[in-house]
Design a protein around this ligand. Structure first.
Ligand code: GLY
Length: 202
């Protein structure tokens, strides 16, 4: 039996009120600790779903089906979940790993060019912070990536996930090494916040 809860994407909807709706829907549907939450959408959806899974009944499992490039290469991998407060991003959250992340690059053909570019900022970040082979691949396959050729996307996304997974395995709770993944994010989050989320993450 599956129950579906739909909520709008976008950082401006990442509020405690939306989270309350999600918890309430879990209750209304009689979900128990043994049931699994599935996040189908972008980063906001996986942050919320993962956090609702971390907190509802003190912890349930969840799986992620990221549909944006940003979620595929960053937010759905590594178990950071949470919700924004008015004072800033990600101020409440939990480390709660998904049991599975299923990535289908086919979803990327549904993105607007802006959304795709946002995700590419994370891909380039990954190359810059520690994957020289990915940097070379991007330089050599720029047109293939722009055209969303499936093989190029699959290679690029797997490289990012492998890199991120290795960093998270070494330092899940961000006491040292994992901070490298925040490269550029401090500025990015500040710009998002002062623009009232009109200028997005990427
Ligand atoms: N987005 C940075 C991290 O997952 O640690």
């Amino acid at each position: 039996r599956a129950q579906v809860v739909v909520f709008p994407g976008g950082e401006q909807h990442m509020s405690v009120e939306t989270l309350m709706r999600l918890w309430q829907a879990c209750l209304d549907d009689g979900l128990e600790r043994g049931s699994t939450r599935a996040a189908l959408g972008g980063g906001v959806v996986s942050d919320f779903t993962g956090f609702a899974a971390a907190t509802y009944m003190r912890g349930c499992s969840w799986v992620a089906f990221p549909t944006t490039l940003l979620a595929m290469v960053d937010s759905s991998v590594g178990g950071k979940t949470g919700v924004d407060l008015a004072a800033g991003k990600n101020l409440v959250g939990a480390f709660h790993q998904p049991r599975m992340v299923w990535i289908d690059p086919e979803f990327l053909t549904t993105l607007s060019p802006d959304q795709f570019r946002q995700g590419m900022a994370e891909v380039i970040k990954t190359a810059v912070i520690g994957d020289e082979a990915l940097w070379d691949f991007l330089e050599g396959h720029t047109d293939a990536v722009r055209r969303c050729e499936p093989e190029a996307l699959a290679h690029m996304i797997s490289a990012c996930c492998r890199f991120k997974a290795a960093v998270v395995e070494a330092d899940e709770k961000e006491s040292g090494r994992r901070r490298i993944l925040n490269f550029g994010h401090t500025f990015g989050h500040a710009i998002e916040k002062v623009s009232n989320y009109e200028i997005p993450h990427g």
